[in-house]
Design a protein around this ligand. Structure first.
Ligand SMILES: *[C@@H]1O[C@H](CO)[C@@H](O)[C@H](O)[C@H]1NC(C)=O
Ligand SMILES: *[C@@H]1O[C@H](CO)[C@@H](O)[C@H](O)[C@H]1NC(C)=O
Length: 651
């Protein structure tokens, strides 16, 4: 910066008076504000509106407006009508933007930044083909400390002398409000009628024209599972009671008709339907398909849960130990393609720490006690569609080194059941939907596998043992398959030997009334894989052993706390007997003195979502989430690091 370029600047106005103009009322069409307005030479207009009670006794805010031809490099307003020790407002255009700068001159050099005047830019600020226009609320323009430090107030009830200055030479760095600028081309005074600038509509104008803070009172909480999406909104203190459960798939039926997401409800015949799922093994691997589903559910004209991303925060689940490249893809889609205003991505299990876990565990206590969230200690088991994970959490933070995973979930079990059925009954390989329903309706986790196996044992030489014929002690069930005419879903019935033989006869004479499968050990040997993957030769640990492996990675001091607070969520936890069996197995494996408590929330499918909804209302979320602006400013790597670090993030 050359001293000569800013040696005087706006300061010269004390010595050169070139114009003198009075003010007149003016109603600004853009804002509806009635100003006292003064247009000086060069087509520069200065306008002012004051509160009705403005006087010379105390400080008050003002609304100011400056309109100037875009040819000018800068335009200034000296509030004391003099050179130094009074607030200066300097305004210029930078392309489409209007830049303002609050300054004060203390001598013969470039006026320095002045912090005692603050501006709120109001509507009615912009640049057109010929002019730029600046409209702002200013606190500290109409009062200041003079050279001796004495407070000075503009007399709002009378005439006052203001000074202006301008230059045709552009400022050095138009985008920077701290830019230096050259000496003025012209300066002068005008007399402003402040009494006439007063209005009792002042507050109303400020309220109507102030920039609205982005409407982030709304959060879309998405538990984006491989099988279903759980979606719902949180607004302020209110949250949807339950999420909407949306199939996370695109289906093409036999007639090549396509169903997207919840549109699947319209599909009446699932025989031979082809499923496309964007999430595999917990990871979004097909964003094109995922976007199509999200579009339909949230952003289309007819979306069942309409959402304007530019005014919404998104809370999204991801699996543990996701790959950085997949995370970056996801962040990019969220901000660049959908344009969410704010966003947090966290592992599903950790959302569950924002539940009153003691209520889920039915711990007796004083009803007045308010749960501290996130909970201090929690061992969360999530057994979903793609896999089963064990995640220890302290104060809502996952202990990553102790997270364990079993590659068995609902999908695997359905496939296994399909294999068994195809071997023993019908070829069901093209009917995963039907088999899945059958699994959900008829399978259970055995509390005594050896006994149940014995009861369902047919005999080695086909001799049909007594318990087998009698229905295996209640284990045998008949499953009536859907025919998609009279029955769109299958039905479980008590086993009836007579019905089975009748059906066989019907089949024999070619007049099948209904397709019935008798299920026996399929009912419990399928979910058994969660506990003993080795049954089918998988070299992985069952869920109870997985818990032990996870604990082994942690200090023994944490074991009692974790074991007393085991919560299971996810669709597979809905099998009858799952919780009891897990509890029983863990008890067998841990030291005698450890208390083991395993519980399943009332709705294990929506539980992660509901935890997310609690997090959305928790003070933590503001520290965890990232705004679109931050994403644009600091980039994807910064965002990824912030999500990984969580609450301890320190940029
Ligand atoms: C003017 O009125 C507003 C409320 O309308 C009040 O907040 C402010 O203190 C008053 N100012 C003066 C100088 O009386
Ligand atoms: C540009 O803005 C000025 C000042 O507000 C106004 O007088 C003029 O009519 C506007 N020009 C156009 C083309 O809108």
């Amino acid at each position: 910066m050359k001293l000569s370029t800013f040696a005087t600047g706006i300061l010269g106005l004390a010595v050169s008076v070139s114009a003198q103009t009075d003010t007149a009322p003016f109603e600004d069409a853009d804002t509806g504000i009635v100003f006292q307005s003064s247009t000086i030479a060069e087509g520069i207009t200065y306008r002012l509106a004051l509160p009705a009670n403005a006087s010379g006794d105390s400080a008050y805010d003002v609304i100011l407006q400056v309109v100037a031809p875009i040819e000018l490099g800068w335009v200034g307003w000296a509030w004391g009508g003099m050179m130094t020790y009074n607030p200066l407002t300097v305004v210029w255009a930078d392309g489409e933007n209007v830049v303002y700068s609050s300054r004060q001159a203390l001598g013969y050099y470039l006026p320095a930044a002045y912090e005692d005047a603050t501006y709120t830019v109001l509507k009615g600020t912009g640049v057109n083909e010929t002019h730029f226009k600046f409209t702002a609320l200013c606190t500290g323009c109409a009062s200041w400390a003079d050279f001796d430090g004495n407070p000075t107030y503009l007399n709002g009830a009378g005439d006052t002398n203001f000074a202006y200055a301008f230059s045709e030479t552009p400022v050095e760095e138009p985008a920077n409000s701290d830019s230096s600028f050259s000496i003025h081309d012209n300066v002068g005074h005008w007399i402003h009628d402040l009494a006439g600038a007063r209005s009792d509509k002042f507050s109303e104008w400020v309220g109507n024209l102030s920039p609205q803070p982005p409407q982030l009172s709304r959060t879309l909480v998405l538990d984006n599972g491989a099988y279903t999406i759980k979606a719902g909104f949180v607004a302020g203190e209110d949250a949807d009671e339950k999420p909407r459960v949306i199939p996370n798939c695109i289906v093409r039926d036999r007639d090549r008709k396509t169903y997207v997401g919840s549109g699947l409800g319209a599909c009446k015949d699932f025989s031979e339907a082809a499923f496309r799922r964007p999430v595999e093994k917990g990871f979004v691997v097909n964003w094109e398909a995922e976007k199509e589903i999200w579009e339909r559910e949230f952003f289309d004209d007819k979306a069942p849960q309409p959402c304007d991303p530019s005014e919404t925060r998104l809370l999204l689940t991801e699996p543990s130990n996701s790959l950085p490249i997949l995370q970056t893809n996801c962040d990019q889609v969220v901000f660049e393609e959908f344009g969410f205003a704010s966003y947090y991505r966290g592992i599903g299990p950790s959302f569950n720490a924002y539940h009153d876990i003691q209520a889920i565990l039915r711990t007796p206590r004083d009803p007045q006690t308010v749960a501290q969230l996130p909970v201090e200690i929690l061992l969360l088991i999530d057994t979903g569609y793609s896999h089963t994970t064990v995640t220890p959490l302290l104060h809502g933070r996952p202990l990553h080194s102790a997270v364990r995973r079993l590659d068995i979930g609902g999908k695997f079990l359905t496939n296994y059941l399909t294999r068994l059925l195809s071997l023993r009954h019908y070829d069901m390989r093209n009917e995963p939907h039907i088999v899945n329903e059958m699994k959900e309706a008829a399978c259970y986790v055995s509390l005594d596998f050896a006994r149940d196996l014995e009861l369902t044992w047919k005999g080695t030489r086909g001799e049909r043992r007594e318990p087998y014929l009698a229905g295996s002690g209640g284990i045998a069930k008949d499953y009536v398959l859907p025919d998609f005419h009279t029955r769109s879903r299958g039905v479980v019935r008590d086993f009836s030997p007579a019905a089975a033989s009748r059906a066989r006869k019907h089949l024999a004479v070619g007049e099948a009334s209904e397709d019935v499968l008798t299920l026996r050990n399929e009912r419990f040997s399928v979910p058994e894989l969660l506990f003993r993957p080795s049954d089918i030769g998988m070299r992985q640990l069952g869920v109870a052993d997985l818990v032990m492996e996870s604990l082994a990675a942690l200090p023994v001091g944490l074991w009692p706390g974790l074991l007393a607070n085991v919560v299971v969520v996810g669709g597979c936890s809905l099998f009858d007997g799952f919780v009891e069996r897990l509890q029983k197995e863990i008890v067998k494996l841990v030291p005698d003195e450890c208390i083991v408590r395993v519980a399943r929330p009332e709705d294990p499918i929506a539980c992660t979502w509901a935890g997310g909804a609690n997090l959305a209302r928790h003070e933590h979320i503001d520290a965890l989430a990232v705004t679109k602006q931050e994403y644009e400013e600091y980039g994807a790597t910064w965002v990824a690091r912030k999500f990984t670090t969580g609450l301890s993030f320190d940029p």
